[in-house]
Ligand binder design. Structure first.
Ligand code: SAM
Length: 221
């Protein structure tokens, strides 16, 4: 899967791309990530890409022209058609089902906003998939883009060492939050591992886990 990320702050991604699962996925050629600085498509000598909103109001908006130029050129870098994604707090809220839908497509261009967001003509003209990582506002689209990419790549076959870990994970089924897990020692500061997990009785363990995994399922409702 290929991700092209258009951002004003490509450096925010560099450390993240070098770590752990994502780094291994890139080395194994399961994932490709290309960073693009929106400023490279600025049409003025000061390399700005933002301007004041018509009608007044606080802050600046990302202008339409550099974004259109960037998206068109980045799209042409690879013959695989990309799905354009705009990270925006007013988008479709990210959840497990959206991640499962998104993992089916081979290529994405992520558009990371800054300031007060985007000139509306970007949304109208480029018709992106608009994705929000939650009902709150971050300073820019870079962290939301990392959240989205991180959640998608887990489902690419071969990315996780042990894919069975996806099966029991929180949100894998509706109303399911992962059951409590313990590792050594058996007692830590007077807190003991539940007896059932030491019983060797696989049926009893499965029943306990099922009960635990569904007990708090309405916590976010
Ligand atoms: N004025 C905008 C509004 O009220 O919706 C918020 C702009 S925010 C400060 C700047 C950028 O951060 C946005 O354009 C978007 O790319 C990104 N962003 C902030 N919160 C986000 C969220 N919850 N999900 C996805 N992207 C977000």
């Amino acid at each position: 899967m290929r991700f092209d990320i258009i951002t004003l702050f490509p450096d925010i991604f560099t450390s993240y791309l070098r770590q752990s699962i994502l780094n291994k996925a890139i080395e194994a050629k399961l994932v490709e990530v290309h960073l693009w600085n929106l400023r490279d498509w600025s049409t003025n000598k000061h390399q700005t890409v933002d301007d004041r909103p018509y009608g007044g109001g606080p802050g600046m908006l990302i202008m339409a022209e550099p974004v259109f130029l960037a998206v068109e050129e980045v799209q042409s870098k690879d013959p695989t058609p990309a799905t354009l994604v705009m990270l925006t707090p007013s988008g479709q809220r990210l959840n497990h089902n959206l991640v499962l839908e998104m993992v089916k497509r081979p290529r994405y261009i992520f558009l990371c906003g800054r300031y007060e967001g985007f000139d509306e003509r970007i949304r109208i003209g480029l018709n992106p998939l608009e994705v929000s990582i939650g009902d709150f506002v971050c300073n820019g689209g870079e962290v939301p883009a990392m959240v989205l990419m991180d959640s998608i790549i887990r489902f690419i076959p071969g990315v996780l060492g042990d894919e069975t870990s996806l099966i029991d994970e929180s949100h894998a089924q509706s109303g399911w939050l992962e059951y409590p897990q313990y590792t050594r020692p058996r007692v830590f500061r007077e807190l003991s591992v539940p007896d059932v997990l030491l019983s060797g009785d696989h049926q009893a363990i499965a029943a306990w886990r099922q009960e635990m995994a569904t007990r708090d399922s309405d916590k976010n409702k």
